[in-house]
Ligand binder design. Structure first.
Ligand SMILES: CC(C)(COP(=O)(O)OP(=O)(O)OC[C@H]1O[C@@H](n2cnc3c(N)ncnc32)[C@H](O)[C@@H]1OP(=O)(O)O)[C@@H](O)C(=O)NCCC(=O)NCCS
Length: 343
């Protein structure tokens, strides 16, 4: 039976968990900005006013008319071996300081997971406070690309122009990302809605390299200038020449600033930028969280992939260890998330 996730839930102390309403929006924005980043209010409004998400994607805990805690569930898709798994991502989580430690986020995570299950999601992926989300069934599963310093720069490019992305670039950017992700076993692309939010949010610094009207590379940067280190992430390029022009063009946005890049090993940009990077050893193991709410449902959805793996390995079913290795080999993965997992 599908649970009714829109029903209000009474919590101890007279608090109530319910779906967000239009009248809550200002309070939710103020709460998110106060507890997180100033821009979180803008992000939240983009999400809940988008036709693909809407207000029902967000829940609040209220004390009377006061919003004291909130969380939002986004729809995503995780791809593995040609299979598309409906997925959820919890974002924009915050509790008012004086209401912390009362289990409000635990209650909101329950709401999000029930809504996720009712939407047919087979996994949930997220980035968030280290350790915290392990309390709610998440495990560290997918490496975040290592952020490396750029030591030297390729010479400034030829006729290409690096410019802010426009809505009409979404198709080209999505195609470049699909090509970049084609070499990974498990991927999460940006949803169509996420592309819109990235473009609507002016500080997202979504860039494209334009060559005679054709988008040949793309990346996201942290805002350049000031003390901020320019960091470039989610880079994708048509070929290595475009990747080099992307790097030199990005450097020109903040002349003299140190640059770091999120190294997507094995992709066109990852390969083209090798010689310009300081390959320092990884000191922290940052990862995206994954949660598998129902292992049997997930395995069931992956049947065609298991069959493919078994037939490719040509293994006798009695050889247990070999069978396990054939069915569950180590996998590479690449995730695109609305929030970059780097500061
Ligand atoms: C982190 C935050 C969301 C927790 O909200 P909360 O309503 O106090 O959380 P809960 O009371 O539901 O806590 C649930 C569990 O997490 C634990 N917990 C709370 N904050 C934690 C933290 N920062 N790190 C680790 N565990 C934490 C609690 O002890 C509790 O454990 P238990 O259920 O086993 O007793 C809240 O403190 C907050 O808004 N912080 C600032 C904004 C932020 O960091 N948002 C998260 C973005 S990913």
């Amino acid at each position: 039976m599908i649970k009714n996730c829109s029903a209000a839930v009474s919590l101890p102390g007279g608090l109530v968990l319910r779906q967000a309403r239009p009248a809550d929006l200002d309070q939710i924005g103020a709460l998110l900005s106060a507890r997180g980043e100033p821009d979180d209010a803008v992000d939240h409004r983009l999400v809940v006013t988008d036709p693909d998400a809407g207000l029902s994607a967000c829940a609040v805990v209220v004390d009377g008319d006061r919003v004291v805690s909130t969380a939002t569930l986004l729809d995503e898709e995780v791809h593995i071996g040609g299979i598309r798994l409906p997925a959820g991502q919890v974002e924009l989580v915050a509790t008012e300081s004086e209401y912390e430690g009362r289990g409000l986020v635990r209650a909101l995570m329950n709401w999000a997971h029930e809504r996720s299950a009712a939407s047919g999601h087979l996994v949930q992926a997220m980035i968030g406070i280290p350790y915290f989300y392990r309390l709610f069934g998440y495990e560290y599963a997918i490496d975040v690309p290592q952020v490396l310093k750029v030591n030297s720069l390729p010479p400034a490019g030829g006729r290409s122009t690096l410019r802010a992305a426009r809505p009409s670039d979404i198709g080209a950017m999505a195609a470049l990302q699909a090509a970049a992700q084609s070499g990974f076993d498990v991927t999460m692309p940006h949803s169509a809605a996420c592309w819109r939010w990235l473009l609507d949010h002016e500080s997202s610094n979504l860039l494209v390299l334009d060559h005679d009207g054709t988008v040949i590379a793309t990346a996201r940067t942290t805002p350049p200038g000031g003390e901020t280190l320019l960091a470039e992430a989610e880079a994708a390029a048509r070929d290595e020449a475009a990747a080099r022009d992307l790097l030199s063009g990005s450097a020109a946005l903040a002349p003299g600033d140190p640059i770091r890049i999120a190294h997507r090993a094995g992709t066109v940009t990852g390969n083209a930028w090798q010689e310009f990077l300081d390959h320092e050893p990884r000191r922290t193991a940052e990862r995206y969280y994954l949660r598998i709410p129902d292992v049997a449902a997930l395995l069931d959805a992956l049947r065609p992939l298991f069959w493919q793996r078994l037939t490719a390995a040509g293994i006798d079913r009695t050889a247990d260890e070999e069978l396990f290795q054939a069915l569950f080999p180590p996998l590479t993965a690449d995730v695109l998330s609305y929030y970059l997992p780097y500061q």
